[in-house]
Design a binder for this molecule. Structure first.
Ligand SMILES: [Zn+2]
Ligand SMILES: [Zn+2]
Length: 266
């Protein structure tokens, strides 16, 4: 996980209250949610992604596929395409719903970039990965997608940003057993003012539904991401998530999907 925080990060730099200032003092900073899979598939390259990688001593030079959920800036800063073009012309495939691809195209002229526009329900093959776009319950200037990513070792659900499962997610996941679920839990105990995100209660319901559908099993690693300062303090949050059979991890935590659970079960 390159980052595990909400768009504003947690702590929120503008928050004067102890919920955020205590975390600053403790040096616990969550940046925008982004993941790098097998060092070759980058998911949701927000503006912080390149530095998230560098600070963890991870190079993005080997990335060949970029998967983008939606056009909100914490999930996509398309300038990465220009920055990359200054140093390499290795092939790269960028996948996302139409608003994402429209935003990306403006940042590259020529080059070895393949753009793939997806809509919910479509499958796309990226090297060893089979990716299915799922509908997100999230307003994003047009379509927003979630992704089921089946790789050589594991199947992962990228579940951010979204509120309660959109119609269509269940049939599109039918027959898929997930090894790792990365599901957003933005709002803690607060009600979500927009409906396009989860709080702890709706996160619990969403996880319960995955189990009911057979998509999540006893061995599925369920990790809450896109965490914001609306959440209870981390120690409380970890216990609340544990009660739901889920966990959260700090930025920079490696997760072994499809293998034994990481010992960093915070
Ligand atoms: Zn977001
Ligand atoms: Zn969003």
């Amino acid at each position: 996980m390159l980052g595990t925080g909400s768009s504003d990060g947690w702590p929120n730099a503008w928050c004067p209250k102890p919920c955020c200032t205590s975390l600053v003092e403790a040096g616990i900073v969550r940046t925008q949610t982004s993941a790098l899979i097998d060092r070759v598939l980058l998911v949701d390259p927000g503006g912080e992604a390149p530095r998230q990688a560098l600070r963890q001593n991870i190079s993005l030079a080997g990335v060949r596929y970029v998967l983008v959920s939606h056009v909100h800036p914490d999930h996509l800063d398309p300038a990465f395409l220009m920055h990359r073009s200054w140093v390499t012309s290795e092939p790269l495939t960028v996948v996302g719903p139409k608003p994402v691809i429209d935003a990306c195209r403006q940042w590259v002229k020529g080059g070895n970039i393949t753009f793939v526009t997806v809509t919910a329900g479509q499958d796309v093959v990226l090297g060893p990965y089979r990716v299915r776009a799922l509908p997100a319950n999230h307003e994003a200037h047009g379509e927003a997608c979630l992704y089921a990513i089946a790789g050589p070792d594991a199947t992962i659900l990228w579940g951010t940003d979204t509120g309660p499962w959109a119609k269509g997610v269940r049939p599109m996941l039918a027959g898929t057993t997930l090894d790792l679920v990365l599901l957003e839990e933005t709002f803690g105990d607060s009600p979500d003012p927009t409906g396009g995100h989860h709080n702890l209660a709706s996160f619990a319901t969403a996880v319960g539904q995955l189990r009911e559908w057979g998509s999540a099993t006893a061995t599925t690693d369920i990790v809450a991401v896109h965490l914001s300062h609306h959440n209870p303090p981390p120690e409380q949050l970890y216990l609340r998530l544990r009660d739901l059979g889920a966990r959260a991890v700090p930025d920079g935590t490696p997760i072994v999907a499809g293998g034994p659970l990481s010992s960093l079960n915070l």
